[in-house]
Ligand binder design. Structure first.
Ligand code: DX5
Ligand code: ZN
Length: 218
């Protein structure tokens, strides 16, 4: 199923409650929360207090994207704060740490995603696909909103979709970075079904309708 996941990184943090209401009104079912540590990416955003605050004011699916080093240290806490999906980067962990994190999220009954940066090959996630719910293919270098969509990442989305089909795995593929009215169709055609929108959602001059944007993928 196709979903929009508006990223609060581009929202007005002083009015976060209202911004979350905007997401609900748009008809989107997910909200994307970008956690950055200033090490894995050259930027620091927000962490546990914001996840907890968002959890208290909505029943939307909290789609937490951890751009942090050694995420296994925090997956449990993200879930305690209210995350429904915890996604972290393969580049930030050892193989054993990734396996431990997957096991921990499973024990806690939540969904798990694995993410790759633009220069990381699709093959880096193949061995984990059977054990996760989602693969997040970054369509910009992680760290900042408002960047330009990298078309060259689409071959990886297609490769991962083909691989999942081949092994008979029902897999969500999320794309994140530079997604707008036009690029959403390109990403959908390549095989993605969850679309993160930061700038295109929160900086839009007119209210965004989830159905309207998703209809561009048809
Ligand atoms: C970037 C973040 C994105 C970001 C997307 O590192 O992971 O979620 O908010 O923002 P836009 O849609 O503006 O590219
Ligand atoms: Zn993100």
């Amino acid at each position: 199923m196709k979903q929009l996941s508006p990223s609060i990184l581009a929202s007005d943090m002083l009015n976060l409650g209202n911004e979350i209401k905007k997401v609900e009104k748009s008809g989107a079912k997910y909200v994307h929360i970008d956690v950055m540590d200033g090490l894995f990416v050259p930027n620091i955003s927000f962490g546990m207090p914001i996840i907890s605050a968002v959890r208290k004011c909505t029943d939307l699916v909290l789609d937490v994207h951890a751009m942090i080093e050694k995420p296994h240290r925090y997956v449990e806490e993200f879930i305690k704060c209210g995350a429904d999906i915890v996604t972290f980067h393969v580049e930030a962990s050892t193989e054993q740490e990734i396996k431990d994190s997957i096991a921990k999220v499973r024990t806690l009954g939540k969904k798990i995603g694995l993410s790759i940066k633009p220069k990381t090959p699709a093959e880096a996630v193949y061995q984990y696909i059977n054990d996760v719910d989602m693969i997040l293919v970054m369509t910009v270098e992680p760290g900042f909103g408002g960047q330009k969509f990298m078309h060259e990442t689409m071959v990886k989305v297609s490769a991962i979709r083909d691989y999942a089909v081949k092994i008979g795995k029902k897999l969500d593929i999320e794309v994140d970075g530079g997604i707008n009215n036009e690029t959403i169709k390109i990403a959908s055609d390549a095989g993605a079904n969850i679309f993160v929108l930061g700038t295109a959602f929160f900086k839009s001059e007119t209210p965004v309708s989830s159905n309207e944007i998703l209809s561009k993928t048809e």
